[in-house]
Design a protein around this ligand. Structure first.
Ligand SMILES: [Ca+2]
Length: 282
C-alpha cells in the first residue's frame, strides 16, 4: 500500500492542487495560508479504501457540485453557467423528480439542507439561494457571503462551507454570518481544495478537488483523521472530460449508507469505507 502514500505525497507536494487544464471549470484557489501555531502536530494519517456496495444511475450531464440525502431522495446541485440547477432525484432510477434553475449567469455550487430549506451556493457571485425542500421554490431572499463558494453541509454547529482555501468556515444557517474558521491540515500540513462536504457521524467527510481521495476532518481543530482512497471509482468511470472529477457525497444517516459520485459521472456509488491497517500517510 506504499504506492498510495507515494501518490498522495506527490499530490501534497503540489499543495493538493494539481495543475488544472485550461478548460477548468473551477480555477485553483489562492495560495494556501501559512500554518498557524494551532496546527496539529504531524502524525501518520491512516489510509482506507472503498468497497462498492451498489451502483446506481446518475445523470451523466449533471456537473455535480452538491449532494445530500433526505427521506429517500437525493438532492443535488449542479454547476456551469447557464445549466446550473438544484434537483431532487430518485436514487434508484436516477430520474429527476423536481428541478429549480439557477440564474443563467451563475455557476451553482454546494448544497445543504437546514430544516425544510435547501441552501445552494454560487461559485463567484457570493450569493446563496434558498429553496423550499419540498417544492424547490424560492424560500426567501438570497444571502451573501465573501469569497468563493465551493462545498456546503449542515452540522450541529451550523453550516460548514469550503471555498478552495485551506480553511473551512462555520456559518450561521439563517444569516450565513461567520462563526469561526477551521484550518484544515493533513499530517501537520495545510490542505486546500477540500470541495464537496458531508457531515457524517460527528466528522466532516470531504473530497479533495481533482484527486481520487476523500478525507475525514476533525471539526474541532481541522486535522485530517483519515484518507480514503477512492481512485478505483475514478478508474472505473474512466471519464474523458478532465473536469469530470470525483465530487459529491451524501449520507443516509438512518440507514448508514454512504453515496458518492462525480461531475458528469453516469454512476452513483454506494460505498463502504474499509480500513487498511498497514497504510498511512506521513
Ligand atoms: Ca454533500
Amino acid at each position: 500500500m506504499k504506492s498510495i502514500a507515494r501518490h498522495l505525497a506527490a499530490v501534497l507536494a503540489l499543495g493538493l492542487s494539481p495543475a488544472a487544464p485550461a478548460a477548468a471549470q473551477q480555477a485553483p484557489a489562492a495560495a494556501p495560508a501559512a500554518p498557524t501555531s494551532a496546527t496539529p502536530a504531524a502524525v501518520p494519517v491512516p489510509v482506507s479504501r472503498v468497497e462498492v456496495i451498489a451502483r446506481l444511475p446518475h445523470d451523466p450531464t449533471a456537473f455535480t457540485e452538491g449532494l445530500l440525502w433526505h427521506d429517500g431522495h437525493l438532492y443535488e446541485s449542479t454547476g456551469r453557467e447557464g445549466v446550473s440547477d438544484v434537483r431532487r432525484t430518485d436514487p434508484v432510477s436516477g430520474k429527476i423528480l423536481a428541478r429549480a434553475t439557477i440564474p443563467s449567469g451563475e455557476f451553482g455550487e454546494g448544497l445543504a439542507l437546514d430544516g425544510d430549506t435547501l441552501i445552494s451556493l454560487t461559485w463567484h457571485d457570493g450569493l446563496a439561494h434558498r429553496w423550499h425542500r419540498d417544492t424547490l421554490k424560492r424560500a426567501g431572499p438570497d444571502l451573501r457571503y465573501t469569497g468563493e463558494g465551493w462545498g456546503l453541509t449542515r452540522a450541529p454547529e451550523g453550516l460548514i462551507m469550503s471555498d478552495g482555501t485551506t480553511s473551512l468556515r462555520v456559518l450561521d444557517p439563517v444569516t450565513l454570518a461567520e462563526k469561526r474558521r477551521i484550518p484544515v491540515t493533513i499530517a501537520g500540513r495545510p490542505l486546500r481544495n477540500v470541495n464537496e462536504l458531508e457531515w457524517v457521524d460527528g466528522a466532516i467527510l470531504a473530497n479533495v478537488w481533482h484527486t481520487g481521495f476523500l478525507v475525514t476532518i476533525d471539526p474541532v481543530d481541522g486535522h485530517v483523521t483519515r484518507v480514503i482512497d477512492a481512485r478505483a471509482l475514478v478508474e472505473e468511470v474512466a471519464a474523458k472530460d478532465p473536469e469530470a472529477v470525483l465530487n459529491g457525497i451524501a449520507w443516509d444517516a438512518k440507514k448508514g449508507r454512504l453515496f458518492v459520485t462525480g461531475k458528469l459521472w453516469p454512476t452513483l456509488f454506494e460505498i463502504a469505507i474499509v480500513d487498511d491497517p498497514d497504510s498511512t500517510v506521513n
